[in-house]
Design a protein around this ligand. Sequence first.
Ligand code: ZN
Ligand code: ZN
Length: 170
Amino acid sequence: MASPLRVNTAELLRRPGSEKTVDAVVTPADLHLLDERFDSSSPARVQLHLESLTDGVVVRGTVEIDWHGLCRRCASPAAGHLLCDVHELYQQVVTDPEAFELVGEQLDLAPMVREVIVLDAPLAPLCRPDCAGLCPQCGVDRNVEQCSCTTAEADPRWAALEQFKQSFET
Ligand SMILES: [Zn+2]
Ligand SMILES: [Zn+2]
């Protein structure tokens, strides 16, 4: 089956100002998105509007997808929804450093969609914005219970001084 993200650009480029709409639901596998934050249970909704120029195609729209991961602070499951804005330029002869190259008459939007998703995906996911995380000393989940650990971290300079003092005491 032909990918819904493959667009024939011949007719678009024949008349500058021609438009085309792409509205598709694709899986991470369709996008060759090999990233554990996105699994097959959460397809991406791709809604793009293409408009041709004399030497290229402007692509605008949105890409939406759910992500899953582990909270960086407490390691419990975290999930969220991405809404990525797309505004890209494809050129037959690339003169804009930000542009993608338009090769032949088939424009495959999948690599760009994949890139947009990866760039917008959270690097440090949190289960909720105010997650209190785990106690670095006893490991208790501070969202659930309180521990009596003092949270002040040992200053390495004091530790060195402590060692220095001990060397005199022995
Ligand atoms: Zn958390
Ligand atoms: Zn603790």
